[in-house]
Design a binder for this molecule. Structure first.
Ligand SMILES: *Cc1c(COP(=O)(O)O)cnc(C)c1O
Length: 415
């Protein structure tokens, strides 16, 4: 059965990507500006709505970075960021010399807990005399955050919200797409995201002036002289016309991709409703429309998985996602915070069956690199991390694949 391997979310070139890339070559527009960049930004603009202005960038990480710069975040400032996230939400806070203040999650969406956010804001004010300079909620695995409450808190203390919708492209809250509620909205087109430009990102901006400022920062902050004149520090963060060509093609299949991810999620949800000890992470209410970028499950601690006694007996070779050559050799097999043995045993069993699965993102407040950062916690993200697993969800996952994955999971469970 396992003759091919089933991945979490493989890129799928199913639009007219090639046409746009070829045009870029024929017309010699291969630099970080040109017709594809303009066209891709127009497509994104249509997606975000007429009140918004979108800049295409070299990565989602760059988009987070420039949103912080545009919000005036600098050395000595603090930024409230969801702890349960990929490092690209919080690392750029350190790039600008500021300190992340990690906010734990609430149980329903797995995203930023608004009550804890407000508590953190008040406590930071009491401790440092100043309010944090920005708030970054994250649409983890595509699930919308409690955006109305988060925006209301931001407004109450006059703190801008930067939505990290990198995983939530096309997800909606009450019908409105994520990334368009806050002052800025971050999108990612990395190779494994909902759509890809090979690597890339975008920043949804509130107005034309903000867009111009982001473009200026993204092209080394050049002043209008015949020679290079620099009065501010800029970055080389624009998207190339080649990548934007892929993006234009991918935009034509974005809705197909979203529907496919949602369809695969439904298959899992129906199946796991009948399997004791496994809970599918579904939207908390009809107000939330997740793109289900990745389908995720939680395993009860009491669930017995074959070979779980040996779950952490061998060291992992290579990185999460098979990124060969980009990891250091680990010093230890275990860390002080890791998925439960049954989760790791299931991951290994699926791997042997030719199925890629992955632990949930380890909360940033549990990461050694952030050991000194303030954190406002309630135990929620840590407990979900210990029990959770991401399952294959992308455009290359067929109905037969989903059935095979569900069957493989059932076979590893000991009743
Ligand atoms: C992917 C991702 C980003 C942006 O990542 P890039 O790879 O730089 O495009 C930001 N935040 C989250 C939560 C992500 O998953």
């Amino acid at each position: 059965m396992a003759s091919k391997r089933i991945y979490l979310c493989l890129a799928h070139m199913s639009g007219n990507e090639q046409k746009y890339i070829q045009e870029a070559f024929y017309t010699n527009w291969v630099v970080p500006l040109g017709p594809n960049v303009d066209g891709f930004e127009q497509d994104l603009q249509l997606f975000a709505g007429e009140n918004k202005h979108v800049v295409a960038l070299s990565s989602g990480t760059a988009a987070v970075h420039l949103a912080l710069v545009a919000c005036g975040v600098g050395p000595g400032d603090e930024v409230c960021v969801q702890s349960f996230t990929f490092c690209a939400s919080s690392h750029p806070i350190t790039y600008v010399g500021a300190t992340p203040v990690f906010i734990d999650s609430e149980r329903d969406s797995w995203n930023m807990d608004p009550a804890l956010l407000e508590q953190a804001i008040l406590d930071r004010k009491a401790q440092t005399g100043r309010y944090p300079k920005a708030i970054i909620p994250v649409a983890l695995y595509g699930m919308p955050y409690r955006i109305e409450e988060i925006i209301a808190i931001g407004d109450r203390y006059d703190i801008p919200v930067i939505e990290d919708a990198a995983e939530g492209l096309g997800s909606r809250y009450k019908g409105q797409v994520l990334g368009t509620f806050g002052r800025y909205g971050v999108l990612s087109f990395n190779g494994n995201k909902m759509i890809t430009t090979s690597g890339g990102g975008a920043l949804i901006c509130p107005d034309e002036e903000a867009k111009r400022k982001i473009m200026w920062y993204a092209t080394q902050a050049r002043e209008a002289y015949a020679y290079y004149q620099h009065e501010a520090i800029g970055y080389n963060y624009r998207m190339s016309n080649i990548c934007a060509g892929i993006g234009r093609g991918q935009m034509t299949v974005l809705n197909d991709h979203i529907r496919h991810h949602q369809h695969i999620a439904r298959l899992y949800q129906e199946a796991f409703a009948h399997i004791d000890g496994i809970t599918f992470h579904a939207v908390p209410s009809p107000d939330y429309e997740s793109n289900y970028w990745l389908s995720t499950i939680e395993l009860d601690e009491s669930l017995k998985v074959a070979n779980q006694e040996e779950a952490y007996s061998i060291a992992i070779q290579g990185a999460v996602g098979g990124a060969a050559g980009v990891t250091r050799q680990s010093q230890t097999i275990r860390t002080e915070c890791q998925p439960n043995d049954n989760v790791e045993a299931l991951r290994i069993a699926l791997d042997k069956a030719g199925i890629e699965s992955r632990p949930l993102w380890k909360p940033m407040h549990k990461q050694p690199v952030y050991r000194n950062a303030p954190a406002y916690t309630n135990g929620v993200s840590e407990s979900i991390f210990l029990r959770g697993l991401c399952l294959p969800s992308g455009p290359m996952v067929s109905d037969e694949d989903a059935a095979y994955i569900i069957q493989s999971i059932q076979q590893s469970i000991i009743r």
